[in-house]
Design a protein. Structure first.
Length: 121
């Protein structure tokens, strides 16, 4: 399963979107909402998120939001968090964007420590 597929599946499991944390719980401790990365974790489990998607999550990309005067280069992980929490993109829109980025190769790998310095949230 691809990360963007996991986000879509997790969004179906928890239809309400959450912000600024992976999950939102009700008073009984049940998950009632998830962010994009929380949705993916729900779909595939914590181990798969930690190990199986690391290569994709560490790729560099530019934030697709047009609200930035200067292009913001970040890791896919931080871009997903940014789109979810700051721009309030739906998880489905984030998955669609991620699918285009990954499948069309619009990303790059961090080659050295100096390059990774631009990968901040």
């Amino acid at each position: 399963m691809k990360l963007y597929e996991a986000i879509r599946l997790g969004a179906m499991i928890h239809p309400q979107q959450g912000f600024n944390q992976n999950y939102t719980y009700d008073e009984d401790g049940n998950v009632v909402a998830s962010c994009a990365l929380g949705a993916a974790t729900t779909a595939v489990g914590l181990e798969q998120m930690a190990l199986g998607f690391q290569d994709v999550l560490d790729l560099l990309t530019v934030c697709p939001s047009m609200n930035h005067p200067i292009p913001m280069i970040r890791s896919i992980r931080n871009t997903i968090i940014h789109l979810n929490d700051h721009h309030h993109w739906t998880r489905e829109a984030i998955a669609d964007w991620l699918e285009r980025e990954v499948e069309h190769g619009n990303t790059s790998r961090v080659e050295d420590e100096e390059s990774s310095m631009v990968c901040t949230q």
